[in-house]
Design a protein around this ligand. Structure first.
Ligand code: FES
Length: 300
């Protein structure tokens, strides 16, 4: 059973579906007329236009032809009570200020609904964005891991190049090996820097995913990819520099070996010479003593 709420007298009345609104109002002690119209009206024929009420809440059928004719220039929600059938719960009033109050409430409710809908839509978009950004985030993390591995390899190459350079004896080969080791060190530094960039890009991709920002995640993944390429190139450079250091060391190896072999014989020769001098020494002393004696005898 539909309920009519007469706001002006704060009364709610049940009626049968399809009941005439003017009749329900009259039976409920609510007058839809003002002043002399309480006595002078068309008794529900739709001719006088004096039974105007505002249906401020609830659904009704649209204005019929009689209402359209009598209510020309009168805006919704004003209706002729004698022409309205009550089909649903409605609230009515004959006061304009009440119409405005309900209209304001309706606007506020519509705004709340729109806001809730917008929030819901935003949440949905973020959830969709997070899901769509999953591959981007995974790819960025993989690029960062690769870059880290490249940087570690470059570091090992640089360390090895330094050790090779230190093992070479002084000379042009050592200079060449040292130069290659310095270059390998620079390449390793570049690889580490690139790895750091890739890691930062991976973190940005994750942050973008949290916001549902697929484009942001994609851009970050692209940066991670570029950083990984830089780390890869730097690692290749460090490996080439290590090779150069090894080649320089290899060229110097025969000369170093020869020098190492020559060193003991020189020592032996020196020792032999020393020994020879030592042997001559007593003879020299003896000769000196003899010379001195003959000098003494002559003088004497
Ligand atoms: S009573 Fe006259 S138009 Fe409704």
């Amino acid at each position: 059973m539909p309920v009519v709420h007469f706001i002006d007298i704060n009364r709610k009345v049940e009626c049968i579906p399809g009941a005439n609104l003017r009749d329900v109002a009259m039976k409920s002690g609510y007058s839809v007329y003002h002043g002399v119209r309480k006595l002078l009206n068309c008794q529900g024929e739709g001719l006088c236009g004096s039974c105007q009420v505002a249906v401020v809440s609830g659904r009704t059928m649209p204005r019929n032809e009689t209402e359209k004719k009598r209510l020309t220039g009168v805006k919704e929600p004003w209706r002729l009570a004698c022409q309205v059938q009550v089909l649903d719960n409605i609230a009515i009033s004959t006061r304009q200020e009440m119409v405005e109050q309900y209209a304001a409430k309706d606007r506020a409710r519509a705004a709340r609904i729109a806001q809730a809908h917008a929030v819901q839509e935003k949440q949905h978009q973020v959830a969709e964005g997070r899901k769509a950004a999953e591959p981007e985030v995974a790819a960025a993390a993989a690029q960062a891991k690769l870059a880290e591995e490249e940087a570690a390899k470059a570091g090992q190459d640089a360390k090895a190049a330094r050790q090779v350079a230190e093992s070479v004896s002084d000379g042009p080969a050592k200079e060449a090996a040292k130069k290659a080791a310095d270059k390998a060190h620079d390449a390793a530094s570049a690889a580490m820097h690139a790895a750091s960039e890739a890691k930062e890009a991976a973190a940005k991709a994750k942050a973008a995913q949290d916001k549902g920002d697929v484009e942001g995640a994609h851009a970050a993944e692209e940066k991670a990819k570029k950083a990984e390429a830089k780390a890869h190139a730097a690692e290749a450079e460090a490996a080439a520099d290590l090779k150069q250091a090894e080649e320089a060391a290899a060229k110097a190896a025969p000369a170093q070996k020869e020098a190492a072999e020559a060193a003991p014989s020189e020592t032996t020769e020196a020792a032999t010479a020393e020994a020879g001098e030592a042997k001559k020494a007593p003879k020299a002393t003896k000769t000196a003593k003899s010379t001195a004696k003959s000098k003494t005898d002559t003088n004497g």
